[in-house]
Design a protein around this ligand. Structure first.
Ligand code: AMP
Ligand code: MG
Length: 348
């Protein structure tokens, strides 16, 4: 199938273009759309065939549940059986925004959406295009990240095409996404809230509502029964091998220079992905360098683009520096650790 690109300016949404995308959703097709986090792959949540097509297009195992996107808070009642008090408070505080709540599932949505679980993940995104699209389509829309399974998430329409061209009906192009890492996933369906994935809403922000919340990474092996793709150890990965360094600023800088030399001696073309650092010394050492950002926020926004760019420059190995775990740094570290298949090179 030919994948149509539908440009839509989020500040001046063209009703005809939006209707074209909504019609595709209504007839069971697949439309990739922008959110404030990353681009997602949309389909009618109530259409089982369309939901199955989302798994197929991504190459995603049927055991990995999808996040459902809604356009206004009341719409949660169409997909969740109930909204616990804590969920109501969190929704009031952080929606629209990058917080996904795992809630008891309503029986009326296809079990495939939740990979057969009795819960459903829901969020209200802060992006006018997807909210208008959901309203026009008249149904909540599933929206996993619009990449091939296990690969780096897309933060532009071109990234979506790089992974899914000719596998989906259309992609809405509204320019690069703002936040750049996926939503925070919080399970509030049981007695104890559980942070499943750090993301656009920080742990510190959640502490105002859940003071003792911690992130205990449940990194699982590919072979074990994972609860979702974000739980798999190797995920968000570029094609090049990613080696992640963690330690003091000075120690990491020295280790990166050494690492470049070692890889070059092995005949490898080396890329370096830095955050809040100066590229010059690594360029002088002969590496291709991408600076993801000068702040943690801009680094989150530029992280996946940096991985994709280094891949397209054909490097064999990417050396990366792990940022501090504060604020959105926790989400960046999580993505880098998974992109490095869980291996961290600790330097002092
Ligand atoms: P993605 O679709 O790429 O944004 O990833 C979706 C994330 O949401 C994965 O990390 C899943 O584990 C998580 N998720 C979705 N639905 C559920 C659910 N019902 N229970 C637990 N986690 C979920
Ligand atoms: Mg994903």
């Amino acid at each position: 199938m030919k994948t149509e690109v539908i440009p839509i300016d989020p500040l001046h949404i063209d009703a005809t273009d939006l209707e074209q995308a909504a019609a595709i959703i209504r007839r069971g097709g697949l439309v990739a759309f922008p959110t404030e986090t990353v681009y997602a792959l949309g389909a009618d949540v109530f259409n089982r065939t369309a939901v199955e097509a989302v798994f197929h297009a991504k190459g995603r195992p049927a055991t990995d549940p999808l996040i459902v996107h809604i356009a206004h808070a009341e719409q949660v009642n169409q997909v969740a059986a109930r909204m616990p008090l804590l969920a109501q408070q969190l929704a009031a505080a952080f929606w629209p925004g990058p917080l996904t709540l795992v809630l008891p599932r309503k029986e009326s949505i296809p079990a495939e959406v939740s990979a057969g679980k009795n819960t459903v993940a829901v969020r209200l995104p802060a992006h006018p295009v997807i909210c208008r699209l959901i309203e026009e389509a008249g149904v909540p829309v599933v929206g996993p990240s619009a990449n091939r399974f296990g690969h780096t998430s897309p933060t532009s329409a071109q990234h979506v095409l790089d992974d899914l061209d000719e596998r989906i009906d259309a992609v809405i192009d509204s320019g690069p996404t703002l936040i750049g890492v996926e939503s925070t996933v919080l399970d509030v369906s049981g007695t104890e809230p559980c942070l499943l994935r750090p993301g656009g809403i920080s742990l510190e922000q959640l502490h105002s509502y859940i003071p003792d919340l911690k992130f205990v990474p449940a990194y699982l092996n590919e072979t074990s029964a994972a609860t979702g793709p974000g739980m798999l150890l190797t995920h968000y990965a570029p094609r090049a091998r990613l080696m992640l360094y963690d330690g003091s600023r000075d120690a990491v800088q020295i280790a990166l220079i050494q690492g470049i030399a070692e890889q070059q001696q092995l005949g490898k073309s080396v890329g370096v992905l830095i955050i809040m650092d100066n590229p010059t010394r690594y360029e002088q050492a002969g590496a291709k360098v991408i600076h993801a950002g000068e702040t943690l926020e801009s680094a989150a926004s530029g992280l996946f683009r940096a991985m994709r760019e280094l891949d397209s420059q054909g490097v064999d190995v990417i050396l990366a520096d792990a940022p501090p775990a504060s604020g959105i740094g926790l989400a960046i570290r999580d993505r880098l650790i998974r992109a490095a298949s869980g291996q961290i090179i600790r330097v002092h």
